[in-house]
Design a protein around this ligand. Structure first.
Ligand SMILES: C[S@@+](CC[C@H](N)C(=O)[O-])C[C@H]1O[C@@H](n2cnc3c(N)ncnc32)[C@H](O)[C@@H]1O
Length: 120
């Protein structure tokens, strides 16, 4: 997983893989790493190692089942090259997932959108 910040993604992935799996976080900001580590520890989940690094400078001989990021592509000047780099860390058959977090101020939507799930 890359760019954990609040630790949300670290928490959900550590919960998913369980004690037999491994999650490695990548983040360039040491304060974000401390925050994410504290939340993982508070949740009683196994230790998640964090690498303090620019995501574009990553190198790894290790292959992962999944490389997951959330709300990070928009911070990268050349997101295509980072995605190409990260794809090299995914084992054959694995997945590279980039998620967005959609925060909508509900009251600002037109009534039509609020009335039906198909509108969103
Ligand atoms: C909006 S936060 C998203 C955090 C987290 N992925 C989430 O969804 O809760 C963006 C994070 O990306 C980190 N970040 C931004 N550009 C980065 C880069 N080039 N390399 C590593 N981390 C980066 C920032 O330090 C910040 O913690």
């Amino acid at each position: 997983m890359w760019a954990p910040a609040s630790g949300d993604v670290a928490l959900s992935l550590a919960g998913l893989v369980g004690s037999s799996g491994e999650v490695v976080g990548v983040e360039r900001d040491p304060r974000s790493i401390s925050r994410a580590k504290a939340r993982v520890a508070d949740a009683g989940l196994h230790d998640v190692p964090f690498i303090e690094s620019e995501v574009a400078h990553l190198s790894s001989g290790q292959l992962f089942d999944a490389v997951v990021g959330r709300c990070i592509l928009m911070f990268l000047p050349d997101s295509a090259s980072v995605l190409r780099l990260l794809s090299q860390f995914v084992r054959p058959g694995g997945v590279l997932i980039s998620r967005r977090l959609l925060i909508v101020l509900f009251s600002s939507l037109p009534a039509l959108c609020r009335s039906g799930r198909q509108a969103l």
